[in-house]
Design a protein around this ligand. Structure first.
Ligand code: SAM
Length: 338
């Protein structure tokens, strides 16, 4: 059976054409929906699959899940990979493959034509001696790379953010890597106005900038993100700044049952490559359910997004407390009895 998604079906087709080379060891990277892993299982092959996003990982059979991207590619003879959006993620994964996979590894990295660009070939070319494009099928194409080059590991990367007196550590796939996003900066500028005691949650923590600032303020801080590249980065950022943050890879606040005094969020507006704000609506609803009466949700977002109405509906009275040309910072207070 051919998978419906053109990128997945191209990767599987190219794998079938190449034929297996025993002892074949297949790694799969960022298997949206678990479809590549499932197609390999149908062929009697067991892959070691890595998904940065927990929602994708949960669709992969437990026996196939790798604990880290490095573990997934260690000893791999073939890597089937859906190309990531961020060039940093491409660079980090390519470096891991070149360092840990078999010397004879064949990398088959696919995407829809509209998302492919020359920079992707250049990044792969830093880590492999041969890179070329496959023929296109159903508006998708793969970059084929082989001949790993020896390079020095350069991820995760750290940078000092002088304005916040903070060292930020990030993976290539972490939102904004180790740089300070403008929206995050606007929200960080409001930290001193937020409640200073109780349990705070950085919801969608990315590199952990907001979590580290809250922990420094003396709150008991949890940081939650659905992406491993974010939760691992947040752990590293907290350690680099000598603060304590409880970090969890989790889909929003699903399954959370402790009351919360403060939620801080620069919420997502993408799922994978697609612009999609529906998960954000659910994050607000979860925050509204879990905040103690009088508890606050502080949020930053692009001013054209319809979040003000959602925040009022899901949490309670909401005020705009800061703004710039593009972003708004809002404070929503949980009203009523729990
Ligand atoms: C705009 S980024 C903000 C990151 C960080 N707080 C900052 O300000 O730099 C949004 C983050 O939300 C995470 N995210 C997306 N959907 C999520 C979900 N359902 N549950 C938890 N985190 C999610 C993304 O992985 C990303 O790290």
């Amino acid at each position: 059976m051919q998978p419906a998604d053109p990128v997945t079906s191209l990767l599987v087709e190219l794998f079938d054409q190449a034929g297996t080379r025993p002892p074949e060891r297949v790694a799969v990277l960022d298997d949206a929906g678990g479809a590549i892993t499932a197609a390999l299982l149908e062929r009697g092959l067991t892959s070691s699959t890595w998904c940065d996003d927990l929602r994708s990982e949960l669709l992969v059979p437990e026996a196939n899940r790798a604990a880290t991207p490095a573990e997934a590619v260690t000893g791999a003879t073939t890597v089937l990979w859906r190309l990531p959006r961020a060039l940093g993620a491409l660079d980090e994964y390519a470096q891991l493959i070149a360092t840990h996979a078999d010397q004879a590894v064949q990398v088959v990295a696919g995407e829809r034509n509209k998302h492919l660009n020359r920079s992707m070939n250049d990044v792969l070319g830093r880590h492999f001696t041969t890179v070329h494009a496959s023929l296109g099928r159903r508006k998708a194409r793969a970059l084929l790379a082989s001949g790993p080059r020896a390079t020095t590991a350069s991820w995760p990367r750290s940078a000092r953010i002088d304005g916040l007196a903070l060292d930020v550590v990030a993976h290539g796939a972490t939102f904004s890597t180790n740089r300070l996003d403008r929206g995050t900066a606007l929200l960080a500028g409001c930290i001193d106005e937020m409640p200073a005691s109780g349990r705070a949650v950085d919801l969608g923590c990315g590199s952990g900038i907001l979590a580290a600032l809250l922990a420094r303020r003396g709150l008991r801080v949890s940081a939650v993100d659905v992406a491993w590249s974010a939760t691992d980065a947040t752990r590293l950022t907290a350690a680099a700044n000598g603060v304590t943050v409880e970090v969890e890879r989790r889909n929003g606040l699903e399954g959370w049952n402790e009351p919360i005094e403060l939620v801080v969020s620069n919420p997502p507006f993408h799922v994978g490559r697609a612009k999609d704000t529906s998960p954000t609506r659910e994050l607000f609803a979860q925050a509204g359910r879990l905040l103690v009466p009088g508890g606050e949700l502080w949020c930053v977002y692009n001013s054209h997004l319809p979040y003000l109405a959602w925040l009022r509906e899901s949490v309670g009275p909401t005020k705009i407390v800061a703004r710039d040309r593009s972003y708004l910072v809002t404070r929503s207070r949980r009203s009523g009895q729990r």
